[in-house]
Ligand binder design. Structure first.
Ligand code: GDD
Ligand code: MN
Length: 366
């Protein structure tokens, strides 16, 4: 056995307790004769995944855990895992046995054989690979996501959605500060972050069906994927979070009107002020919860106390933002009264930037 640590296998896990022991056993079989370690990166799963890793780790020092508190996210979990090892090679593999761990030695050998090679990718879409028992809907979604990514990627990857690959550790550490860390697609993130095209090689594997536990890929994840692509293309100009915050703000205007209109219709103009107050409160609460779920999903406030405190601080921030909005609009309008729409728009932008900057610092800041 080589005396030097050769490979770290990073396994992002959320509620995968039942898969930990099978995973370690499978790695032990696949990597027999090599010097490796496995790092499970867990986001404080309620099912006790981290403890399941520790139980094994106490008797086997190749088995490690990173337990993150108050955080969620597959990509950031992978990034942190890859930065937490002394091994020269790191692999990322799902913790639910869907990826084929028996491919790992071939991946390591390919990297050892060719110094110019940066990354070896497990692909379901080269000859010999496959998606196993996927239903047609999932196949179609995956194909769509793959086509979307091509435009950003400018590389001929057959399976850019793959979450199964091996890369040189110093390279990934060098890229880490520029990774967006949004969503599920860590490989895509790495490939597009690199200033030079990475040399890659694809090895086929069969995507297995999940045994224990359930998938975490939901609609929010699908949306995060689109956001991640946006971030790569335009994120430097206007940050993703601000775009989401703004879009949710625009939805808030719709909610506001939907509350105000029936009140005015029912009770006439004299109810305007009251209706305006009610509409503002409803829209603000709506915005708060939506931002908490989407814009700040990774720092989501939870529990009654945290949510209540968040809502109050959000309301305070927004009331100042509103004053700034009206102030700027009034000022511009008095200076140049021909352009009322421009004045109003300027007010809205100033208010939105204020709300965004301060709420990200105080309402969702840690
Ligand atoms: N730490 C952490 N935090 N782990 C997570 C999180 C999270 O928020 N969400 C998911 N995971 C873990 C799961 O526990 C699992 O080990 C792995 O990430 C993949 O999650 P699944 O929920 O099983 O995803 P999937 O099977 O739908 O998608 C996988 O296959 C895709 C191929 O289409 C992922 O590996 C994708 O990366 C891959 O591209
Ligand atoms: Mn899975």
């Amino acid at each position: 056995m080589s005396p030097m640590l050769e490979l770290a296998v990073v396994v992002p896990v959320f509620n995968e307790r039942g898969n930990i022991a099978p995973m370690v056993a499978a790695l032990d079989r696949a990597l027999a004769g090599r010097h490796w370690e496995v790092i499970f990166v867990d986001d404080d799963s309620p099912d006790g995944t981290a403890e399941a890793v520790r139980e094994i780790g106490r008797g086997d020092d190749r088995v490690r855990v990173i337990q993150r508190i108050g955080r969620r996210g597959l990509s950031t979990a992978c990034i942190e895992g890859m930065c937490a090892t002394a091994a020269p090679l790191v692999a990322v593999i799902d913790g639910d046995m869907q990826h084929d761990e028996t491919l790992l030695p071939a991946m390591a050998d390919a990297l050892a054989a060719d110094a110019a090679l940066d990354v070896v990718i497990g692909s379901r879409f080269v000859a010999g690979g496959g998606t196993g028992a996927w239903d047609r809907d999932r196949v179609a979604k995956s194909a769509l996501a793959t086509r979307r990514s091509r435009r950003v990627l400018k590389a001929d990857l057959s399976d850019p959605m793959s979450g199964f690959f091996m890369i040189r550790a110093p390279l990934v550490r060098a890229l880490a500060p520029t990774l967006s860390g949004i969503g599920f697609k860590i490989l895509l993130d790495i490939m597009t972050a690199s200033p030079r095209p990475l040399n890659f090689k694809e090895l086929p594997y069969m995507f297995r069906t999940r045994g224990e536990g359930e998938s975490k890929l939901d609609h929010v994840v699908a949306m995060e994927y689109l956001i991640a692509l946006y971030d790569r293309m335009f994120g430097r100009l206007v940050p993703v979070r601000f775009v989401m915050f703004g879009a949710i703000g625009a939805l808030g205007v719709v909610v506001h009107m939907a509350v105000l209109a029936p009140i005015v219709a029912l009770w006439g103009e004299r109810a305007f002020i009251g209706g305006q107050v009610a509409a503002t409160l409803v829209a603000m609460t709506f915005n708060f919860f939506l931002n908490n779920m989407l814009t700040y999903r990774d720092r989501r406030l939870k529990g009654t106390r945290e949510l209540l405190a968040g809502l109050v601080s959000f309301a305070l921030v927004c009331s100042v933002g509103l004053a700034a909005n009206v102030g700027v609009a009034t000022y511009l309008h008095s200076a140049q009264s021909n352009y009322w729409a421009v004045s109003a728009l300027a007010g809205i932008v100033v208010g939105a930037v204020w709300n965004f900057a301060l709420s990200s610092r105080f309402t969702w800041g840690r």
